[in-house]
Design a protein around this ligand. Structure first.
Ligand code: SME
Length: 160
């Protein structure tokens, strides 16, 4: 997988439209198509001071998990600990919110306010489900962490 050229394409997609939701949806549609093991690609947005995530743009099957409290499921744990969660086999994860029986592995990467000199603040997450067990590698993690910074910068530039 050529993550460098995929990353370049993501950067150019983010500069095409000028609304955050439009940009995020464009990324979901592109990455869902470009990377075969990304069977569900979406964003959760952290509600300010509410310790809750709400479903943002996504591409893939619809999900019941439209709002997730911090601490619940893989998304909630990533939000609470402010860490990337890479789950190779979701059947072995006790604190997990199932979306579909087809999902076998998942990765969740937090998105933080960019260049924050103060306390690191989570503004959202990238969430990806795969129908393949053990689908995500260190390369996915590195790519998605870079992407999360790009997304945070794009959100900040639109909000200014
Ligand atoms: N599986 C997630 C819930 C969100 S869906 O994957 C879209 C979790 O355990 O937090």
């Amino acid at each position: 997988m050529d993550y460098d050229s995929i990353f370049t394409e993501c950067a150019s997609l983010l500069h095409k439209e000028n609304t955050i939701l439009h940009n995020l949806k464009a990324l979901c549609d592109y990455l869902h198509k470009a990377i075969p093991h990304y069977d569900w690609f979406g964003f959760y947005i952290a509600k300010k001071d509410k310790h809750e995530l709400v479903l943002g743009p996504y591409c893939g099957e619809s999900t019941d998990h439209v709002s997730i409290p911090f601490g619940k499921g893989i998304c909630g744990q990533a939000a609470e600990t402010q860490k990337t969660f890479l789950v190779s086999d979701v059947s072995k994860e006790e604190n997990y919110l199932a979306c579909s029986i087809k999902v076998k592995s998942e990765i969740v990467v937090p998105i933080f306010t960019p260049n924050s000199k103060q306390e690191k603040k989570i503004i959202g997450e990238i969430d990806i489900d795969s129908h393949t067990i053990n689908a995500f590698t260190k390369d996915d993690e590195t790519f998605l962490q870079k992407l999360s910074i790009l997304v945070a910068e794009n959100i900040a530039s639109i909000q200014q």
